[in-house]
Every structure is written in structure tokens, then in C-alpha cells.
Design a binder for this molecule. Structure first.
Ligand code: 16G
Length: 241
């Protein structure tokens, strides 16, 4: 087994012992962030305990945030990612800097003309062309965020210029933002977003809206990033000035 064995002389309840085994396995990096833990029935057989005991142990660790459930996929080792709130970096760069493997899946991408909201956010005239991208972002295959981006049409050569990283494509096109405004707020996930991120509907999310600008003041991106509430710690260094 990957998670160790019970000690026969241990007087504490079995579910607490099982929790301790899992904690030790995580602490000792036997299993790491993103790893699946064995199915309930396998753990029950392995340790000779009832599935109720296993479920109780796992539920406790999910509540603590040590494990996370993904609908239809199983239970995984959680672990929050720290992100500097005041750095103009990209998701891909942030994950690589932390030794995590970033990946994305496309929800949609399209070309269109600005909506009234986008024209306000990007200060574009009503008929201006835009690209729209919706992506699910993963770190080590764990879903972290859903990102909905609108990019001013002049910033990219074509829709398929964006492959793994939006900022890489903007850099290639000479239109990577150098300044941004960010707004952070709490949102409960609705059914659709919850399903995509593998959390229960109504669970807490963090919405960050970023508007990115070029040196000359023109707006490049308006992105809404919906982060799983259990996936991130946003950190900023403050200076007295
Ligand atoms: C980050 C940015 C987002 C940007 C994306 C580009 C925040 C809150 N948001 O997620 O605005 O569009 O990075 O990432 O940090 P990419 O280059 O990996 O596609």
C-alpha cells in the first residue's frame, strides 16, 4: 500500500487512524498535490474497515481542505497555490514558477464585435472587433480556474494565435500588457461553473477581473478569472510609502 498500515495497539477510532495515515502520506510526500487517493472500497478492503469508516475519514479531510473531490473523478490531494496578487504575470508563468505543470482546455473561442460591457471595459468603439476565449486552467491536472477573456482585435493576428498561453501570443504580437487593474470579489459558483471546476454548486469562488493595458494606454484584455475558493492564496507585499 502507498499509505502505510494501522497499528494494532492504537486506541483511537479507526477513522482518525486512517486520517492520520493519509496525513502522514501527504506530509511525507508519498502522495502529492493532484494525486488521486484510492477509491473508498479499495481503502476499506486494504485496511479491513467499513466503507462508512473510510467515508468519515475522507469527509473530514475534505472539510479540512487537505483533500478535494472532483465530481465523477474521485478524491485528490489538495494544496493551495500562492499567487502574488500584484504581479502582472500569466497563469502559465505563475504555475511554472511554482514547479507545477500548467495546462488548459478550451471551452470556446470566437471572433466578434464588442458587447456594450466590453466596449466600456476596453474603451473600444461599438463596432470594434474582439477575440473571446474561455478556458479551463489546470495545475498538475487539477482544475484551478475558469478564464473568460476578451482581447481587443488589434492585439492578435488571428484566433488560433493563442495556443497554450495567451500572454505568450500577446508577447509574440508585441501587445503584451504592461499595466493592469485588478478587482477581486467573492462569488458562489453556479451550476455550470461548478461542474466545469469539479466543485459543488454554491461553493465559494474568487472572481478576479483584470484589465490590461499597453504603454500607450490602449486596453488589451478584459479577463474574468473564476478561481476555486480552495485552490489559491492571493498574497501581496505591502510597503509603507
Ligand atoms: C492570468 C491573468 C489573466 C491572463 C492570464 C494569461 C490573473 C488574475 N489573471 O490568469 O488576466 O489573461 O493569466 O495566462 O492573474 P496565459 O498566458 O497562461 O494564457
Amino acid at each position: 500500500s502507498r499509505v502505510g498500515r494501522f497499528r494494532a495497539d492504537n486506541p483511537s477510532p479507526l477513522y482518525l487512524q486512517l486520517q492520520q495515515l493519509i496525513r502522514d502520506a501527504i506530509g511525507g510526500e508519498v502522495i502529492v498535490r493532484g494525486d488521486a487517493i484510492p477509491a473508498e472500497r479499495d481503502l476499506a478492503v486494504e485496511y479491513g474497515v467499513s466503507r462508512i469508516t473510510v467515508r468519515k475519514a475522507i469527509e473530514g479531510l475534505v472539510e479540512e481542505g487537505l483533500l478535494t473531490r472532483r465530481r465523477g473523478a474521485g478524491t485528490f490531494v489538495a494544496g493551495r497555490v500562492e499567487k502574488n496578487f500584484s504581479k502582472l504575470s500569466s497563469f502559465t508563468e505563475d504555475m511554472i514558477a511554482r514547479g507545477l505543470v500548467p495546462s488548459s482546455s478550451w471551452v470556446s473561442r470566437s471572433v466578434g464585435t464588442v458587447s456594450p460591457e466590453e466596449s466600456m471595459a476596453l474603451a473600444l468603439s461599438p463596432s470594434a472587433p474582439v477575440y473571446r476565449f474561455q478556458r479551463l486552467r489546470f495545475a498538475d491536472e487539477v482544475p484551478m480556474a475558469l478564464e473568460v477573456s476578451t482581447i481587443a482585435g488589434f492585439c492578435l493576428p488571428s484566433l488560433d494565435a493563442v495556443d497554450a498561453s495567451l500572454y505568450a501570443a500577446l508577447t509574440d504580437a508585441g501587445h503584451r500588457p504592461v499595466r493592469a487593474l485588478q478587482r477581486l470579489r467573492a462569488v458562489p459558483f453556479g451550476t455550470d461553473h461548478a461542474r466545469m471546476l469539479g466543485v459543488d454548486p454554491g461553493s465559494p469562488g474568487l472572481l478576479i477581473e483584470r484589465r490590461g493595458f499597453l504603454r500607450d494606454g490602449r486596453a488589451v484584455e478584459f479577463t474574468r478569472s473564476y478561481y476555486r475558493g480552495d485552490s489559491y492564496d492571493f498574497v501581496a507585499e505591502l510597503a509603507d510609502s
